[in-house]
Design a protein around this ligand. Sequence first.
Ligand code: ADP
Ligand code: MG
Length: 397
Amino acid sequence: MEVPNIFVREYLLDNYKSDMEIFFPVKDDGNLAINFVIKEQKKPKLKSHILPQSINQDDNGFNLQYTFENFIEGPSNQFVKSAALGVAQRPGKSFNPLFIHGGVGLGKTHLLHGIGHFIKNHSKKQSLKCVTTEGFINDLVFNLKNKSVDRMKRFYRNLDVLLVDDIQFLQDRLNFEEEFCNTFESLINQNKQIVIVSDKPPAQLKLSQRLIARMEWGLVAHIEIPDLETRVAILKHKAQYKNFSISDEVAFFIAERIFSNVRQLEGAINRIAAYSRLINGEITKDLAENLLHEMLNFSPQKKVSLESILKNVGTVFEVKVSDIKGESRLKNIAQARQVAMFLAKELIQESLQKLALSFGGKTHSTLLHAWKKISNELENNLILSRQIEMIKKNLDS
Ligand code: ADP
Ligand code: MG
């Protein structure tokens, strides 16, 4: 049976095998007695897959803008950034593998390419490959078709550094997962550096336990949504890159209304830059509002004050506000404190440092830790999630 590509074959076998068994002959071993032929493509590609080259990319496929220098740091990404830098400075010798995960548009690919640029510039002899998971799969399909899988294996297994973007696309691709896992093990066993980027932590990926365990071997680092100050710094940096500048007022105005995705901040700057060139004049807040109207988020930024969070958490958990701000480690007080910190980070667009200070001078890492702890607990603890819902409702009214 002729199929256009290997994916169709897999799809048919996964979903219609039993239907096909009704009208196709079946072999003694239970498999269908038919051969799948992959349709010849009219124009065979010269290169296997390789990322589409554009003016923004160098010959390794690295985006020229995605360097460490162009990456703005803040509490949300400092840890990931220094892990990435550590790996770039000593490939194979610090964290291996480095696994970076986080939401869309938060700079994961930027950091991955940043590692690539750095290694290319500082240790020229290292052989390095940056590939998207789709790229890896396409490579494998191409080489299967051309009976050159051994060559591909040799290539990948002789690398010094392998950078893999968007590993979530390996989910539900069983045949490819095995080859990826073998490549992975071969490299790690030779102390070659692997960096993997994903939109979820390893344990939440639908992949084999074997591969998940391998990916958790090294360092797993989470990249978070940047806080207000960092967003403002990113806006200003991007504007400067485009050779124009925006006032603090406009930068804050935008950063307060676009908060969960850096790519959107970039989109906003591009639009404003184009307009500013057109009118050859300064961008005011009103102008920015008009230009960006449909991109800006006006409602979720409800003005919730820290005082009201403290008061409502105190009421629901039956503890005093002064205790929440204090140092007591009594279980119910500590939990109320962590919930208040969690809600502060979720609901108040303010830097973690400043928020933490308002809790009687705690550090931002204490606040981050509390946020993570409560986020994790919320998944399984029904009582806690009801309590938090109740507090949120009170804050709304
Ligand atoms: P992801 O891979 O996480 O979806 P990207 O790495 O593609 O996100 O980032 C989206 C855009 O936002 C890119 O243009 C990137 O340069 C920019 N960006 C993200 N985080 C930062 C940051 N901290 N500093 C500067 N630019 C950033
Ligand atoms: Mg990406």
